[in-house]
Design a protein around this ligand. Sequence first.
Ligand SMILES: NC(=O)c1ccc[n+]([C@@H]2O[C@H](COP(=O)([O-])OP(=O)(O)OC[C@H]3O[C@@H](n4cnc5c(N)ncnc54)[C@H](OP(=O)(O)O)[C@@H]3O)[C@@H](O)[C@H]2O)c1
Length: 324
Amino acid sequence: MKAMIRRTYGESGVLELSPVEPPRPAAGEVLIEVRAAAVDPGVWIFMTGRPYAVRLATGLRRPRRFGLGLDVAGVVAEVGARVTRLRPGDEVYGTCRTGSFAEFAAARESQLAIKPANLTFAQAAVVPVSGCTALTVVRETGAAPGRRVLITGAGGGVGTFTVQLAKARGATVTGVCSAAKAELVRSLGADDVIDYATAEVDRDGPTYDTVVDLAGSRPLSLLRRAAKPRGTIALVGGGHARGRVMGGFHRQMAAPLISPFMSQTLKGISSFVRVPELDELTRHIENGTLTPVVGATYPLAGTADAFRDHAASRSAGKIAITVP
Ligand SMILES: NC(=O)c1ccc[n+]([C@@H]2O[C@H](COP(=O)([O-])OP(=O)(O)OC[C@H]3O[C@@H](n4cnc5c(N)ncnc54)[C@H](OP(=O)(O)O)[C@@H]3O)[C@@H](O)[C@H]2O)c1
């Protein structure tokens, strides 16, 4: 099969479209004929090996696995031992183990759900990582009627889902984004938008019950000034380009240690792609309360261009890769 692989860490120039052996599904896994994948900061981190802390898991000097790509949408081609729910021919979405920038990928059954009936494969592929993260955010911060929520990075992959899910729960939402993405963020339901080039997140004072930081680019002191004295600040994004070793993720890790010493609640958000979360996203998508935003679509051979588009933050929402 053909796969977009890399043999060393680096920017998109390390990617090469190569013939490789198709993966074999292990026990509890299925083999997926990939129809679409997606690009996001997580995959960029695995590709570049930056922040360096990630190499403790992926290989210190060079990557242990050459494949890349987490989000996947496709058709089940084969099922491994002890697979009980999925059958060959099922159209699925979720995350995979072996790299979704490829014609075939192996994935755990526990990280796959039946694809929403009203989505294309490209639309479905942008959902799993970002949608499950957004769902975790609105659950853990208690988005609800009467609660005011500020979301930085509202025009990005996780942000476009978080705005819609917070609105679906009845919260009043302010999105922080660039002027180019303001209209989109409003169209997703945001009641107000702050253009970060002309105003700070604390523009209106301590107004918000919840501040969700996806952009990872503003100091904690500023985020705290935007939150009410008993408000919650959810740290999701590290701003992966910041800090060579930890990339800003130390803020999330330190949150539970700092929080007891503050009047506000500080939460570091970690999310997982699992069947119950995917099924809940499917219900939202099929009843029309959630629409994935595909900012751009590239063919598998154009994955390097997709990463350049992502790095420049040109496209709103998330970028899909179509296969073949
Ligand atoms: N904790 C977890 O489990 C988890 C899971 C998934 C993702 N993440 C992290 O969450 C973060 C966001 O992920 P993502 O997929 O949404 O990334 P993304 O698609 O790159 O979106 C980030 C957005 O931030 C915007 N931005 C840049 N500077 C900003 C500022 N000063 N104020 C407001 N917005 C600004 C960017 O676009 P514009 O500049 O054009 O507005 C972009 O739309 C990343 O750091 C990622 O690693 C964490």
